[in-house]
Design a protein around this ligand. Structure first.
Ligand code: TYM
Length: 325
């Protein structure tokens, strides 16, 4: 099965990015045909610093490798190194109705948040995302829940294209983890964990142990001190139980049993210890990779070559079908 996914290099990746997306990628690379991308063109649709963009791209590439992506098992590359992404985005833009773009939740949220910077790229963002996916005739896209709407748009575009120009694209499926499709903020468990969070609500995948402990210990919970999963009434503790379950490979029921009669303090202490232990090797691996840019860039170059080869082939077919040369 052909798999594609990506993350924007806009800041340190967090537990949500890991549990919603990367953890699935690591499993998929074992048996599927996978491409994973640093989507730098998507990162410039909201305010950014051009002086540090390359550092962020490098940092995210190291994070992919440190988290467990293996360049022998998948292709890793930077979106802007495969120019066909932008060509296909332009072509797809001619068949996407404007109304569909304006309806996107992310466009509405981001244009509200950055009201001084509502650029056409922000509106066209999902077209580029559709191009990323369709360029490789992707069959499944492992993502967190917040990206499902963009994937629906991608599926619509693929169907429209196939209808207008003849069967070309496979209609890609979203692939969500059973647990962890949306990890919530630690300070406001009704909001998703996000890179642009205030800091306390979001745990970086490579954060130092002291910070991890501090953030978990001060995570918002309810007042009844009972460790029980109830998404509606106890969203804070339920979010922490999800994180615990995914890092310990225990079911929520098993964890509830283990902590029966114990309070939130004990549970939070165990959770922070678990996270510190599980994330420590990733942090060390990332520090090593950051010191070895030649290795990282050679992996990205190889990935771009592999991706380009596939992209060039799809573009020949698409230009042909659309009456272009
Ligand atoms: P981005 O960079 O915002 O997020 C990367 C991935 O992390 C997931 N995610 C979460 N999962 C669970 N809980 C959370 N709190 C959480 N926050 C983020 C996202 O769902 C995503 O899978 N538009 C995309 C990037 C993109 C892309 C693509 C993805 C561009 N082209 C093609 C897939 C295929 C984005 O902004 O992701």
């Amino acid at each position: 099965m052909k798999i594609f996914s990506g993350i924007r290099p806009t800041g340190d990746i967090h537990l949500g990015n890991y549990l919603g997306a990367i953890k699935q990628w690591i499993e998929l690379q074992e048996k599927e045909d996978c491409l994973f991308c640093v989507v730098d063109w998507h990162a410039i649709t909201t305010p950014y610093d051009e002086k540090t963009l390359q550092d962020k791209i490098f940092d995210l590439s190291c994070s992919y490798l440190a988290a467990g992506l293996d360049p022998k098992k998948c292709s890793l590359f930077i979106q802007s190194q495969v120019k066909e992404h932008s060509e296909l985005a332009w072509l797809l833009g001619t068949i996407i109705p404007l109304g569909e773009l304006k309806r996107m939740t992310q466009f509405k949220d981001k244009s509200q948040k950055h009201s001084e910077y509502i650029n056409a790229g922000l509106l066209n963002y999902p077209i580029l995302m559709a191009a990323d996916i369709l360029l490789y005739k992707t069959e499944a896209v492992p993502i967190g829940k917040d990206q499902v709407q963009h994937l629906e748009l991608t599926r619509n575009v693929a169907e429209k294209f196939n209808k207008k120009y003849g069967k070309t694209f496979i209609i890609p499926k979203p692939m969500l983890p059973k647990q962890g499709a949306v990890i919530m903020s630690l300070t406001d468990p009704n909001k998703k964990m996000s890179k642009s969070d205030d800091g306390k609500g979001c745990i970086g995948l490579f954060e130092n142990p002291k910070e991890i402990e501090k953030k978990i210990m001060s995570a918002t919970t309810d007042s009844d001190n009972e460790i029980r999963y109830d998404l509606e009434k106890k969203s804070g503790i339920s979010n922490l139980l999800t994180i615990y379950s995914l890092f310990s490979n225990q079911t929520i029921k098993q964890i509830e049993k283990e902590f029966k009669g114990k309070g939130y303090g004990d549970f939070k202490k165990s959770l922070s210890q678990l996270l510190i232990k599980k994330l420590e090797p990733l942090r060390i691996k990332k520090q090593d990779l950051m010191k070895n840019p030649d290795l990282v860039y050679s992996i990205l170059d190889k990935g771009a070559k592999e991706a380009r080869k596939k992209a060039e082939q799809t573009m020949i077919e698409i230009r042909n079908k659309m009456g272009l040369k």
